[in-house]
Ligand binder design. Structure first.
Ligand code: GLA
Length: 737
């Protein structure tokens, strides 16, 4: 049993293999948060909370004579609003009488086997992990609002998920103005926050800052999880390192606008509230209706590496679905950086021929294949092949590509429409535009109203039509502008605040229908690179194009930052041309491959421009990739150095699940004349095992982890090395047994 109710003390305890989460229904019916951290037994931990009169923090009416009892200083599981907890709150609503107050008290709870589900939203699923669910029902009788807090415990994964359901239990209408997914309190300690900010072409840059008094907000109001702030945050001890210190992770399983508020309050307590962005949010709840929030994945670990490993595991095993979850992902060649919009069938076929010769498996035709699409100003919405570029249509192209032994993949951007398109001319009201206002344009395109049934049906017909008609085994699903002018022409004015979330309910429904109908198609998410890199999207697409920046040196930091929350198999990473198209930097082919092999591997350059020896080198790279892919994708990733700008090298290590193999990778970003050799201690090996390091030396895992390994001197422009480490004593050991 990973969920325990202790009736006498009112404790509710969630336990995973290594962590415990304690709550308590106190004598007045408030649901207090007591503790989240390493396992600590089943004692009533409320002894930790000494209360005293806190001056300007008031008291609930029935406790007005006990001035030590205040919601303003009490750690809670989900806050009340408008009744004296003045910190960041979890929920806000206007009730039918116009009041904006609610104070939630315990009503009942249920414990059940399996994982709760959230209608219409992606979430962690039970993959034979025997999850258990706790639902706590809280009620405010004056506002007639019920909050159902769902917790799922994945014992072996050391993961707890949370989501909330808000029910209008009264006869009038309630307008929700905020409905967060989870509130996590850290009442003691001193904490740093690590968050992942960025911009187009420079996503998920980690930034670590000590929390200061006040409210830190990490958010996106762009209608997408965004390049600017990833919906993932870590709170860790001030002195936490990769290997030590308590670290908490909170990840939202959602792809739209989000908000995380972290408050360090007057009493030095931390409250972190994560969920939908409430800026434009207003949801009408009729009598008896419910609202379901997206889910938050929580984990607590010792050190940042262990925290990452837990998130990697839950994403790989319990978020990603379908046949590409495990096993080989095709090595692809994408034509975008090779040709941009300027291609003909002939040109594509020459590239494809080379792609087949060098051993790739999948040819991806990117943007520009459909009518009126010679640049990014027109054509989105009309998904019929351009017969000028592809005289025989997609059929002929695909047939020829397949005859070379390659599979075929296609780029689409279904949620968008160009003003200059037949779709927009026929249905201008299908785009999100505010009445009487010329909309903001980005890439000269508008966003379709995914909250509309007709739009979802149209897109399902269109995409399933393409997948049925053509032999397509991969789809790159792009999304290339933020959402502004959010107004649905199919909803009344009072419900416009629902559009941003209804958009994602529509998108998720569409995606669900497609992945169910076409289980053999590999979907790769994309949004101007990694602008929608989140666990919500990973529920449908096992990999996401990590960034439009393909410069391996920039990618070191992007992939390093991404790795705190997301596993290597999710990060689309390609070898591109040198000098790089985004930064102009020149790097060796070997370094580009070293970095791309740390994710889901492919190529994105004009292969016909390569020399014979470069082609030979690529063949070798693909051979190596096939060998190491299982350990990179299924194994554990160790960040052996940081990737920040001041470091002169970046080192990481991938270790296979059985510790029999590892791959040690280094990129030197700033070689020093007469510099000290680079020395590093390895991690994750079997101390007793004997390993051959690059066929060069042989020593124990203990030596490599305690004494370390010294790299040969690496000089030149961004040199790199990939060193295979193999256990050599396995056979001997097996023989002895
Ligand atoms: C986005 C993607 C690129 C490419 C272009 C095509 O920017 O991130 O990889 O597909 O769109 O327009």
């Amino acid at each position: 049993m990973s969920i325990r109710y202790v009736k006498e003390s009112g404790q509710l305890i969630l336990e995973t293999a290594g962590t415990a989460y304690h709550m308590k229904i106190d004598g007045h019916g408030y649901l207090q948060h007591l503790y989240y951290g390493a396992g600590t037994g089943h004692e009533d931990l409320s002894y930790m909370y000494r209360t005293y009169d806190r001056g300007f923090s008031g008291n609930p009416y029935e406790l007005r004579d006990d001035r030590t009892y205040s919601l303003d200083s009490m750690p809670q599981e989900y806050t009340s609003f408008g009744v004296g907890d003045f910190r960041v709150n979890s929920i806000a609503a206007s009730c039918s009488d116009g009041s904006r107050c609610a104070e939630f008290r315990y009503m009942s709870h249920e414990i059940s086997e399996g994982k709760y589900s959230i209608p219409g939203l992606p979430s962690v699923y039970d993959n034979g992990d025997t999850a258990e669910t706790l639902t706590v029902n809280l009620m405010d009788n004056a506002a007639n609002i019920m909050v159902r807090l769902h917790y799922a415990v994945f014992e072996e994964l050391d993961i707890i998920t949370r989501a909330a359901e808000i029910v209008n239990a009264g006869p009038g209408t309630v307008w929700l103005r905020k409905a967060s997914s989870a509130c996590l309190e850290l009442p003691f300690g001193r904490w740093d926050m690590i968050h992942f900010h960025g911009r187009h072409c420079m996503e998920r840059q980690p930034e670590r800052v000590p929390l200061f008094h006040g409210i830190h907000t990490l958010s996106s109001g762009r209608g997408m999880s965004g390049h600017q702030h990833n919906p993932f945050v870590i709170l860790c001890d001030r002195d936490a390192t990769e290997d030590s210190g308590t670290c908490y992770g909170m990840m939202l399983v959602y792809s739209g606008s989000h908000r995380t508020e972290i408050e360090l309050d007057q009493f030095d307590c931390v409250r972190a509230v994560m969920g939908l962005n409430d800026d434009r949010f207003r949801w009408e709840l009729g009598p008896g209706e419910s609202f379901h929030t997206p889910e938050v994945i929580l984990s607590c670990a010792e050190g940042l590496t262990q925290l990452s490993h837990r998130f990697h595991r839950v994403i790989r095993n319990n978020i990603v679905r379908g046949r590409f979850r495990y096993g080989h992902r095709p090595v692809l060649v994408n034509n975008w950086e090779a040709t941009y919009f300027d291609f003909t069938e002939e040109k594509l076929l020459v590239i494809a021929r080379r792609a087949a010769e060098i051993g790739t498996e999948l040819f991806v035709l990117d943007d520009g294949w459909f009518r009126n699409r010679n640049d990014d100003n027109a054509g989105l919405g009309d998904w019929a092949p351009d017969e000028n570029k592809l005289p025989g249509g997609l059929e002929s192209l695909i047939e020829k590509i397949k005859s070379m032994g390659l599979d075929f993949g296609l780029w689409i951007e279904p949620e968008m429409v160009s003003e200059d398109s037949d779709l927009y001319r026929a249905h201008p009201d299908w785009a999100l535009t505010a009445p009487g206002r010329a909309p903001m344009m980005a890439r000269n395109q508008l966003v379709l109203d995914m909250s509309r049934r007709e739009v979802i049906e149209y897109l399902y017909e269109t995409i399933s039509g393409l997948l049925e008609r053509y032999d397509i085994s991969y789809i790159k699903w792009d999304f290339n502008r933020p959402i502004s002018d959010i107004y649905s022409h199919s909803l009344p004015s009072a419900r416009q605040g629902e559009v941003p979330h209804r958009y994602y309910l529509g998108l998720y429904e569409l995606y669900e229908r497609l992945v169910t109908a076409f289980p053999d198609v590999l979907f790769e998410g994309c949004a101007g690179g990694g602008g929608r890199f989140d666990a919500g999207m990973l529920f449908y697409s096992p990999q996401i194009w990590c960034s439009d920046n393909t410069d391996p040196v920039s990618r070191l930091m992007i992939q390093y930052g991404t790795s705190f929350g997301y596993p290597p198999s999710c990060m689309g990473a390609h070898v591109s041309a040198s000098p790089n198209h985004q930064t102009g930097r020149s790097t060796p082919l070997s370094t580009r491959a070293t970095v791309a092999m740390a994710g889901s591997f492919g190529y994105e350059l004009d292969l016909t421009k390569l020399t014979g020896s470069e082609c030979e080198e690529i063949k070798e790279q693909i051979r190596l990739h096939r060998k190491i892919e299982p350990l990179v994708h299924e194994g554990l990733l160790y960040r052996l150095s940081s990737a920040d700008e001041s470091s002169r090298f970046v080192i990481w290590e991938n270790v296979s699940p059985d510790r029999s193999e590892a791959l040690l990778s280094i990129v030197v970003t700033d070689p020093k004349a007469n510099g000290a050799p680079v020395h590093i201690k390895l991690k994750g090996l079997d101390p007793a095992g004997v390993y051959s390091v690059g066929g060069e030396i042989e020593c124990t895992g203990m030596a490599l982890m305690q004494s370390g390994y010294t790299f040969e001197r690496l000089t030149g422009d961004y040199p790199s090395r990939q060193i295979l480490i193999r256990r050599t004593d396995m056979k001997e050991k097996d023989d002895k047994q």
